[in-house]
Write a protein that binds this ligand. Sequence first.
Ligand code: NAD
Length: 290
Amino acid sequence: MGGGNGTMTVEPFFGTEHLMDLSTKVAVVTGGARGIGHATCYALARNGIKAVAVVDQLEGVTAFTNQANEDCGRSVMIPFRGDVTDANFRRHVFAEMGNLYGPVSICVPAAGFTKDRLAVKIDKESGEADIYPQEDFDRVLAVDLTAPIYWAMETVASVARDRHGRGLGRWEPAERVQGAVVFIGSVSSAGNKGQVSYASAKAGLEGAQATLAAEAIFYGVRSAVIHPGFTDTAMVQSLGEDYVSKNILPQTQLRRLIKPEEIADAICFLIRNSAVSGQLWVDAGWHPKG
Ligand SMILES: NC(=O)c1ccc[n+]([C@@H]2O[C@H](COP(=O)([O-])OP(=O)(O)OC[C@H]3O[C@@H](n4cnc5c(N)ncnc54)[C@H](O)[C@@H]3O)[C@@H](O)[C@H]2O)c1
């Protein structure tokens, strides 16, 4: 600790041995071509991940991975274009990654969208009550709730299958954590005007996370949910600059939108630090108001 010549040398409190070593891990990030998913792919690559499946319905997913691989100086990202609600597409991604790199054990199912509207509107002339359309509600739940849970369960399945194939049973802590799922919730999970479908989906992820946290540790897979506040992505930009500066920024402690890289950093923290479990709020001090 103390130097012999009267100077003080400060030794690090601990190294990085306690963190998950990503160099042997294979990940899937949905919604990876843009926004928070995009930043997460870069953050995983910077943290040395072996390979990341970048899943998105956008045509630009291939151009993004080409550019990212060039930036990273290695072929770490593999593009998959498709709809996350398509079960055959999902199975194809896991099979392909399994064949090329080994079982997928990290999952960040970030693909999502909003379809905002008041739950009930009254037509002032006719007096008719107009309820949020059920087909919109079903689609938001399919993309924002069911799909993330199925991509997560597919990840747990790929670890479970691999362990079974190697004759391994119940996971033991001495093996170190095998994998992790980080669901992307939202501050809206606590309720937000105009977001009856989105808030329901994001709140539902909490139940899935808590259940997988209890079940999937049998195979050594942890799970967590992160609740981002308003983040500077296409999803929030679509609200318009005026709306953001009048209605959102004044209610945040940082007086600015969160950067996708800040969320990605917190996602990597949740993946790599095995002592963290449950939920992390990354909201820049913004909370939904009643
Ligand atoms: N931006 C925010 O303020 C904020 C806050 C809280 C939570 N989130 C959540 O973070 C996640 C990422 O959002 P973002 O802000 O980066 O949005 P974004 O719109 O920039 O990115 C979402 C990505 O998901 C993809 N996607 C959407 N539906 C898909 C589908 N059916 N199949 C395949 N890909 C699909 C889109 O093509 C897009 O690339 C979402 O789950 C969102 O709900 C965002």
